[in-house]
Design a protein around this ligand. Structure first.
Ligand code: MD3
Ligand code: FE
Length: 205
């Protein structure tokens, strides 16, 4: 457990190495993907996202021609999403508290999987009911450049390298912030192989 909490922007905290070691998290992700497989969702405009996604917890984020929303069942299998592992919940709550948001109880965890070349364009997380809750992100595996645009989608973002075990917490004035992830460079990581994973914990309802 680390003590260093870095502020990237107002109400955006970076907890370096807070989720390390990530070996157990990778095993948990593989188990989740065994029940709710990774898939490439469709954007509203019909494109295919380069990041593969799945979910665990009561609610899962989904995207198709009908738009972006949280759903209680996996549209691929018709089953409920796999449960949120207790260690995930504890990690997210502790990180949120350190970032200034005590009492965070997420009901959704979006699991992203990046292969080299995958990227996430500038967007904001805006499908959650109550925007007073923060979002907690855990990076696993290959390092990536996080891009923080802030209140506006355009302009030059603040780029921060996030590495295995790093946790980002954002809420309050940063909750509406635009962000993205730069195209993943190739590499090899002991726990995650040639991949990067990201967990984002949200309060959907
Ligand atoms: C804070 N995921 O799933 S976490 C998402 O790494 C999503 O997969 C990203 O955005 C991922 O909706 C990133 C959010 C994030 C991104 C960039 C930041 C938070 C940031 C840059 C600075 C501070
Ligand atoms: Fe996001």
């Amino acid at each position: 457990m680390t003590a260093a909490t870095l502020t990237i922007a107002q109400d955006v905290s970076l907890l370096r190495g807070f989720a390390a070691p990530t070996g157990p998290l990778v095993l948990a992700i593989e188990s989740i993907a065994g029940r709710a497989p990774f898939r490439h969702l469709e954007t509203r405009s019909g494109g295919r996202m380069s990041v593969a996604m799945t979910n665990c917890g009561p609610w899962g984020w989904h995207s198709d021609a009908r738009g972006y929303r949280y759903v209680g069942r996996d549209p691929l299998t018709g089953e409920c999403w796999p449960p949120l592992p207790l260690p995930f919940l504890a990690l997210a709550a502790q990180a949120a508290a350190l970032g200034g948001f005590p009492g965070f109880e997420p009901d959704a965890c979006l699991v992203n999987r990046y292969v080299p070349g995958a990227q996430m364009g500038a967007h904001r997380d805006w499908d959650e009911l109550d925007k007073r809750h923060p979002i907690v992100s855990i990076s696993i595996g290959l390092p990536a450049l996080f891009l923080w645009y802030g209140a506006q989608r355009q302009g030059r973002p603040i780029a921060t390298l996030v590495e295995d075990g790093d946790v980002v917490v954002w809420g309050g004035s940063a909750r509406a912030g635009y962000h993205g992830v730069r195209k993943l460079p190739p590499g090899e990581h002991p726990a995650a192989g040639s991949l990067r994973y990201n967990l984002t914990f949200r309060r959907a309802r």
